[in-house]
Structure formats: structure tokens, C-alpha cells
Design a protein around this ligand. Sequence first.
Ligand SMILES: NC(=O)c1ccc[n+]([C@@H]2O[C@H](COP(=O)([O-])OP(=O)(O)OC[C@H]3O[C@@H](n4cnc5c(N)ncnc54)[C@H](OP(=O)(O)O)[C@@H]3O)[C@@H](O)[C@H]2O)c1
Length: 330
Amino acid sequence: MRAIVTAEPGGPEVLTVADLPDPVPGPGEVLITVAAAGLNRADLLQRQGFYPPPPGASDIIGMECSGTIAALGDGVSGWAVGDEVCALLAGGGYAEKVAVPAGQVMRAPAGVPLVQAAALPEVACTVWSNIVMTAGLRPGDTLLVHGGAGGIGSFAIQLGKALGATVLTTAGTADKREFCRALGADEVIDYHDEDFVEIARERGGADVILDNMGAKYLSRNVDALADGGRLTIIGLQGGAKAELDINALMRKRASVIGTTLRSRPTDGPRGKSAICAEVVEHVWPLVEAGKVRPIIDGVFPLEQAAAAHERMTSGDHTGKLLLKASRVDA
Ligand SMILES: NC(=O)c1ccc[n+]([C@@H]2O[C@H](COP(=O)([O-])OP(=O)(O)OC[C@H]3O[C@@H](n4cnc5c(N)ncnc54)[C@H](OP(=O)(O)O)[C@@H]3O)[C@@H](O)[C@H]2O)c1
């Protein structure tokens, strides 16, 4: 197979094409012929050498893909060669073939072209597991989504609305704010010039906050929470270390939670398989009804992974970036 490799850590130019042996699916795994792989912000860190794959995972970058099942490992049931799927990967997505535990494979939602389905696994699993499974979002709640125009954010706005929440979001430019409004956000906040704390408080505070900034926003996020609110931190774009006013948290009976999807085990009640199963049960019907859709900024040929990384680094994108395997037409 052809795959994108990095001879050494560095800028986008270190991403080059190589011919490698096809992966062999182990017991409990399936082999997928990749239609497309999704880019994630963590891929930029992995390329720079700051985010190594979990033990045992492929060194090849790529945490999600869509494609067709090409082979089944021992003991796999419920899947057949030829099934159209998308999958959450611990690594290996920037390639023509990838092996993945069967529990991390989801059927491709009906009505979504197979290439576009590569935009869904990371955002659907991250957003669902955080705002619903972890933070318990309910209809009528106020959800604050930071970075609403990004891959995660654009999905979180749509899912929050589909679940009956009032959605507030932050974005950096007028175009991106317009984009967030078009996705259904009730209030879009300019993170350069406006105070999201004040705006959240005017609405009684946020019941749930999905945060990508970490340290930089910690104290303001706690200030923006409603009584009993839940702050789920999934990104560290604003650093990893900050002071927390525990008294403020206690007065509100609020919670601060941090999660990463990649480090979760495959199995167990909060493992990746359990999350994938919930996503297929609860999120795919919303996708199939057109209430939540993949938002795709651009599709690059696999060989142009460096250009796709440059686009994500620029921050000019809205929604997801994909790498399409060159033999795929759609
Ligand atoms: N923990 C997990 O399991 C997990 C899984 C997936 C992703 N993530 C994290 O989720 C975050 C988003 O990932 P992605 O793939 O969606 O990346 P992305 O598409 O590049 O989105 C990055 C977002 O950050 C926003 N941003 C930048 N500066 C900001 C600020 N000062 N205030 C608010 N927002 C700001 C950008 O907003 P503008 O474009 O408007 O500037 C953009 O929407 C990343 O931190 C990533 O590591 C975590």
C-alpha cells in the first residue's frame, strides 16, 4: 500500500509518500481499504514529534477514516468484506489500508458519500462522548462551544441544536461567525473583542462547556458556568497549566473534566467501542435525517498531505479537511 510517512519530526514538508506492506488484521480486527482519512489538530502535533501514538498503534498519522472492509481477522462477527464503514483509529489513517479493532468500526451513515463519511468518526465520537456521555447535556440546556468554526466545533453546534440545547459559540473572524450562525448557533461571540463570560451569564450561565483552549480559558470558563455546570476540556490550544479557583467551583457545585478519545481503551463501559455503539445508535439517525451533516472545508489527494497540513496550520479552514485515496472517484 501507499502511505504517508515522516522520516523525522518537522514541518508539513516531512510528510512523504512511501510504499509499505499492507497491514494484517489481528484477532478481533478488520482490514479497511481506505476511501478517505480525516485530519485532526493532533495530527499536526504528531508530525512535529509531540504526540506519539499509544503503545502498539501504527506510527502512521491518522485517527479516522472511511472505506470498505477488505478482510476480517479471527473472531470478528457482524461485518462482511465489502461493507462500507468509517472508523475511529489509534493511528494509521493516512494510508490505503488500515487494520482496526472491529468495535471501533461503524457502518457509514446512509446518504453520506463514502469519502465524506471520513469527516465523522472523530467529531461524532468526541462530541457525543463529552457533551452527552460525560457532561449529560439535556434538552433546554445552554451549551457553550469554543471554536465553533473548526472540525469539532462545527459538529458540536449542530449536535447541540439537534439535541434541543441553546448553543453559544466563539469564533475569530466575521466570516467564521457567519458560518457558525448558518449552522444554527443561537449566539456567536467574537473571541477577540467580546466577553463570552458576560454573554453566557446573561443567559443564566452555561450548563455545559466544550473547551479546546485549556489553561487560557480555565478561570473564565468556570465563571461562565451555570450552577451545577460541567466544563469538559478536550484541547490545550491555550496551554496545559493554570490556577483553578476551587471555591468558585464549589459554590456552583460545578465540575471540570478533561478527556482524550485516543487514550481510551477499546473495550469497557467508557471505551471506544462503547462510544462508537452510542454514536451509531443516537447520532447516525440525526445525520441520516439531515439534522447534522459533515462539514468539509477541502478534500486533498493522499499524496498532498503536506498541503492539507499547511491549510490546517493556517487556521483558515472551516469544518474538516480530508485526504482521499487516489483510486477513489467519489
Ligand atoms: N480530547 C479529544 O479527545 C479530542 C479529540 C478531537 C479534537 N480535540 C481537540 O479539539 C480541538 C479542535 O480540534 P479540531 O480538529 O476541530 O481543530 P480545528 O478544526 O483546527 O479547530 C481549531 C479551533 O480552535 C479555535 N480557536 C483558536 N483560538 C481560539 C480562541 N482564542 N478561542 C476560541 N477558539 C479558538 C479556532 O477558531 P477560529 O477558526 O475561529 O480561529 C478553531 O475553531 C483541538 O484542540 C483538538 O486537539 C480533542
